[in-house]
Design a protein around this ligand. Structure first.
Ligand code: PEP
Ligand code: MN
Length: 367
């Protein structure tokens, strides 16, 4: 039989009296000046409750900046002392846990690349035995809910009850608009399986680019997530890691100000809950439809280039008739009206012709 997680409600240990809990700071501690100045600017906004910084960085390829190690840890603690904010960092092995506990780090998190590996998670869990520190567990890089829950269980079995999950998206071979596809249904499924477990969203690692962060942060709050982890840096473009997705402390402040924190109304709660569950499914599907349409247009671009290179016309009536015929029949078989399928396909086809026309008529830069 599966044992339930033994959890202390996050509201009892959260450094914030209200939801959402905001965790912010640079992807990595780079220099004393960068760490302390960023921290002071974040503290001055009054919008964040916890300061983050990566000290040991798990990088995909060797030879990239791999974190400052224990020297960086000193700067993180200095930032804590100078701002009064509690601090959090990623741990990936027992030595990291020991160094953090000795230095006085307030919250630890397990990174996505460690959550995938039960050996690493077990090593971290063993190092945490007998310690009372909050631990956040990021989702594994691949969309495997069991692996995520397994990591939470390992940490919990070591006696850590101040536990929450971080949703940071999932890597995928298919290149979409996000660095890590949010796959909201994974977070929703985790919440459904363990309702008392709070989830914090990390829009920075989902988005990969700063422009998309407000949209994802709002969506996370609308899915009732308990907090947000957003990377910020005094000079984001000059950051030694994850430059594109970091924001300045003042942008962070604007993002947080722009968020709508919705409260579930007391009356008609059952009706509202049921309705929002339907809407989450609709939102999820719409996201997927938009991503698929964008992917389809990217192929149209390639076709446009190919036709241009080979002197083929854009419109090929036979191909178009075949598309209409097969798709309308498929739609009918699945309960979609013929009229709806035709209208929708016509719009998609028109846009595809537009995309190809743009490519065909673009001045050829090749000499
Ligand atoms: C990070 O928070 O900087 C980080 C490395 O995140 P993730 O484990 O989600 O990739
Ligand atoms: Mn990062």
């Amino acid at each position: 039989m599966k044992k339930e997680l033994q959890l202390e409600p996050m509201k009892n240990w959260s450094p914030s009296a209200t939801r959402p809990l905001i965790i912010s700071g640079p992807c990595s501690a780079e220099t004393e000046q960068q760490m302390v100045t960023t921290a002071k600017q974040i503290a001055a906004t009054g919008k964040a409750h916890v300061l983050r910084a990566g000290i040991w960085k798990p990088r995909t390829r060797p030879g990239q900046f791999e974190g400052m190690g224990e020297e960086g840890l000193k700067w993180l603690i200095q930032a804590k002392q100078e701002t009064g904010l509690p601090v959090a960092t990623e741990v990936a092995n027992a030595a990291h846990v020991e160094a953090c506990l000795k230095a006085g780090v307030d919250i630890l998190w397990v990174g996505a690349r460690s959550t995938v590996n039960p050996f690493s998670v077990q090593e971290i869990a063993d190092a945490l035995k007998g310690v009372d520190v909050p631990v956040l567990v990021k989702n594994p890089v691949n969309p495997d809910l069991e692996l995520w829950i397994g990591a939470l269980e390992r940490i919990n079995k070591a006696g850590i009850t101040k536990l929450a999950a971080i949703h940071r998206g999932f890597s995928s071979f298919e290149k979409g608009p996000f660095r890590n596809a949010p796959m909201w249904d994974m977070a929703i499924e985790l919440k459904t399986r363990i309702p008392e477990l709070d989830i914090i969203c990390d829009p920075s690692h989902i988005c990969g680019t700063r422009e998309l962060i407000p949209f994802i942060a709002q969506k996370a709050l609308d899915l009732d997530m308990a907090g947000l982890m957003i990377e910020s840096h005094i000079h984001p473009d000059a950051a030694w890691s994850d430059a594109k997705q970091q924001v300045t402390p003042s942008s962070l402040s604007k993002i947080i100000e722009g968020l709508v924190v919705r409260k579930p109304s007391a009356e008609d709660k059952n009706v509202k809950d049921a309705l929002s569950l339907f809407r989450e499914q609709i939102d999820q599907l719409d996201d997927e439809i938009m991503q698929k349409l964008a992917a389809r247009m990217k192929i149209s671009e390639k076709i446009g280039q190919f036709k241009k290179d080979n002197q083929v016309t854009i419109l090929q009536v036979n191909r178009w008739e075949e598309i209409i015929h097969t798709r309308v029949a498929l739609g009918l078989a699945m309960g979609l009206s013929e009229e709806f399928s035709r209208e929708m396909l016509k719009l998609v086809h028109q846009e595809s012709i537009q995309v190809q026309t743009r490519i065909m008529n673009k001045a050829d830069v090749k000499v």
